[in-house]
Design a binder for this molecule. Structure first.
Ligand SMILES: [Zn+2]
Length: 175
């Protein structure tokens, strides 16, 4: 297992999650959700880290009148993670406003996998589980082919012909 998390850290996460649940925008379901995760630095290509202590990132759910556009608390958490420079999630807790543990939905398990991997520890109603147990056989970044090489900016930068007028869509009726 990648990392062990002591009781004090879990308590800290749970408290942070309960607190941020108060900020939830949940006028439709009335379910205020707070999520909190412990973040460690990700070393850069040269193995350098900022040396920062592990820190806590939080998020709350944000509902929408369209329902389908509702953002789970995990969405806000992941955005906040990157807003602060990124890092690796090592422990995660999601609760309602009363501190009752909530399971991350299917989509959010995938979100968490991207930023915490199979070893991310998740506090569930049945105790702490590795994310690999909650999302077995996950699809992840390593399943993608290597990204295409960055195009050489010196090629084709100058003297490109102006874009030609868009052809009418196939099947369109001529005026
Ligand atoms: Zn979700």
């Amino acid at each position: 297992m990648g990392c062990s998390v002591d009781d004090r850290s879990w308590e800290r996460l749970r408290n942070a999650a309960v607190r941020v649940a108060q900020s939830a925008y949940a006028p439709y379901s009335g379910l205020r959700v707070g999520a909190a995760a412990l973040v460690v630095d990700t070393p850069d290509a040269e193995g350098r880290t900022t040396g920062d202590e592990p820190w806590v990132v939080v998020g709350c759910n944000v509902e929408n009148a369209s329902y389908g556009l509702t953002l789970c608390a995990e969405c806000g958490l992941v955005s906040a993670l990157h807003a602060r420079g990124g890092g690796r999630l090592t422990a995660f807790a999601c609760v309602d406003a009363d501190g009752r543990p909530l399971a991350p939905c299917g989509r959010c398990r995938q979100l968490l996998y991207e930023h915490g991997g199979p070893d991310l520890l998740v506090a569930t109603a049945d105790g702490v589980r590795r994310l690999a147990e909650l999302l077995p056989g996950a699809f992840g970044p390593l399943d993608l082919p290597a990204p295409p090489r960055t195009p050489d900016p010196s090629v084709g930068a100058a003297g490109d012909p102006p874009p030609t007028e868009a052809a009418p869509p196939r099947g369109s009726v001529a005026p």
